[in-house]
Design a protein around this ligand. Sequence first.
Ligand SMILES: [Zn+2]
Ligand SMILES: [Zn+2]
Length: 320
Amino acid sequence: MTTRPPTTRLTTTRPGFIRANSVSRALAAVVDRWTLLILAAAFQGTKRFDGWRNGIGISSNILTSRLERLVKLGCLQKAVVSDGKRRQEYRLTPMGADLYPTALMFWRFDRLWSHRRAMQPTTLTHATCGAWMTPVLVCANCRAPVRARDVRYEDGPGAGLERMPSPRSSRRIAASPDEGAKLHLLAGESIDHFGDRWTQQVLSTFFLGARRFDDIRIQCSVATNILADRLKLLVEHGTLQRRACAADPRHHEYVLTPKGMDLYPIILTLMKWGDRWLAGKSGPPLILSCARCSHVLDAVVVCDHCGGRLDPHDVSFRRG
Ligand SMILES: [Zn+2]
Ligand SMILES: [Zn+2]
């Protein structure tokens, strides 16, 4: 059974407002290039200021501001350790550690699709089974890989309109190929799709069923010229395809390519994280169910070799 468009009641018509969703909240909270690189390094054991600065080539002032924000948000916790001299460390909190599935889904996308990845190939080993593996997002109930077309949506208790998350950056910035090159986890182009808030918003509407220019414009509460620019960019990236509308060939519509579809696991892990940590008392804005087994969807990231759930302590990254 297919699920487009989702069975949600609300359409946005208020300028500056979007339909409440955990993806937008999560994207606004943690998804910018530097924050992702900081988190990726943290999952590989980085705890100290110098470790990040030397490891990902970030300037001290940007690192300071991003670490402070992650502490304020509740993803990192400061601790003082003394091993001869007193040093400050930043440790992942349960909220921060819960972004690990998202980090793995970024890695997976780059592994599968990024051309830059070829310059910095990494392998991922699962200690539990000893295999080189690719992490995969599956339904916890029926264990089928989660694909966008197999997911149903309905309004949850937190459904409604909310103000568009305030942007930290609404500019789009091209990635430099060297950025993150010292890092094993995130060196590809996945972050290009999430690097500015409009590209993020536009992309997430596709996974909620939007196809036509005007529908996307209304759902994202975005200006026409900005939307045209982002759609063009996503077509150039090979993420979207522009084609004549099936129902009315005088109009055009945009559909996700197979590459675009592969961003879905990133979106879904972010949604799950946002539901858990940012939805507050009102609860999740959307309830998802698996069309294959009809259970409420609990999407989990597992090893494609043994099917075991993945934990940072059991996964090692190696270049080459
Ligand atoms: Zn299922
Ligand atoms: Zn395994």
